[in-house]
Write a protein that binds this ligand. Structure first.
Ligand SMILES: *[C@@H]1O[C@H](CO)[C@@H](O)[C@H](O)[C@H]1NC(C)=O
Length: 325
């Protein structure tokens, strides 16, 4: 009875074709959703995606450039490139790069890509490219935070581990065929609860004794002021921030490091006093991409409960306040 109760409950999870039976009443292999597909992880492997793509109400979004997509992509994946001014981000007041776009335009983009909400609530897998520096890797967590801001629950958004190169490395099928997704209506409620402004950050300087940490996700040379990025007016970092370069989040092949490795990186930077359940971590970087990467790691992979993201980042901060060397 446990088995049938489980099967009876599964359609409520929004799984396509799960309990469809043949005329004889027997479940056929083709119609049964593999158990592995019931677990929709924060990071999914290429084999999981290949196995589960046809069993779930899943939209695969390719964040690479239109040119890369046109050469080769995962069958059925939709092209929505991540660029500073794109469906995913826009120029903010005072030419701030990579700010959240109006939520209504994110809703429209998602609806056109075939994402519906809430029923059946489509799940989304994000696919990035891989390069050095790790800007393409950061595209997926950046878009994941944009989707959170657009009101999509985090449990519905996954990242493909190792991005498109990992799919290719398995010799899985690729195509140049561009799908035409059936447009859906998508609306949700904007969530700005995790986004903070410069005054919020300013009020959190030098509060490590209260377990309140500012984390700088840029490279070490940018943090210490020996390199100045083009969008920051001043060298250095926000006073009292610790350096935790986002490039360390990934292995050389673009796959994500393990939770234990990521926790060790965090503790190496801020100390063992850091706790999942008390205190606070505010992440920032140059314009917001690497900050999103740490936001994803801390909240989705490591389970930290009180994390905020300063989207204006060093670009905005350096317009108003001093940096520290
Ligand atoms: C700044 O960081 C870079 C990269 O780690 C390092 O090579 C350089 O020596 C540092 N400079 C100072 C002044 O600390």
């Amino acid at each position: 009875m446990i088995g049938s109760a489980l099967l009876a409950g599964l359609p409520a999870l929004g799984l396509a074709g799960l309990a469809a039976a043949s005329p004889a009443g027997a479940l056929t292999e083709r119609t049964i959703t593999p158990l592995a597909c019931l677990v929709f992880g924060d990071i999914v492997s290429p084999w999981w995606l290949k196995k589960c793509q046809s069993h779930l109400d899943l939209v695969v979004i390719d964040l690479r450039s239109a040119a890369e997509y046109s050469v080769s992509h995962i069958p059925g994946s939709v092209s929505l490139p991540f660029e500073p001014v794109s469906a995913w981000s826009e120029m903010g007041p005072g030419d701030l790069l990579l700010e959240m776009p109006p939520s209504a335009s994110v809703f429209a983009t998602l609806g056109a890509a075939g994402v519906s909400n809430p029923s059946p609530a489509t799940k989304i897998v994000l696919v990035n490219g891989v390069d050095v520096p790790a800007f393409p890797q950061a595209a997926s967590p950046r878009v994941a935070t944009t989707l959170k801001y657009a009101g999509i629950s985090e449990g519905r958004v996954s990242v493909l581990d190792g991005g498109f190169p990992a799919w290719q490395a398995e010799s899985y099928p690729v195509t140049t065929v561009v799908p035409t997704p059936a447009a859906k209506t998508f609306t949700s409620t904007e969530d700005r609860s995790f986004l903070v402004d410069k005054e919020y950050v300013r009020a959190r300087i030098n509060r490590k004794s209260e377990h309140i940490y500012l984390i700088d996700g840029r490279g070490a040379a940018v943090y210490n002021g020996s390199v100045i990025e083009e969008w920051a007016l001043k060298p250095g970092h926000i006073p009292s921030a610790v350096s935790l370069p986002a490039e360390y989040i990934w292995n050389a092949d673009g796959s994500w490091k393990s939770p234990l490795e990521l926790l060790a990186l965090l503790r190496g930077a801020v100390g063992y006093g850091v706790s999942r359940s008390y205190g606070e971590i505010v992440v920032y970087c140059g314009v917001g991409g690497y900050a999103s990467s740490w936001y994803f790691v801390l909240t989705r992979i490591l389970g930290f409960e009180n994390v905020k993201m300063y989207d204006g980042s060093a670009q905005e901060w350096s317009l108003y306040y001093d940096m520290e060397l």
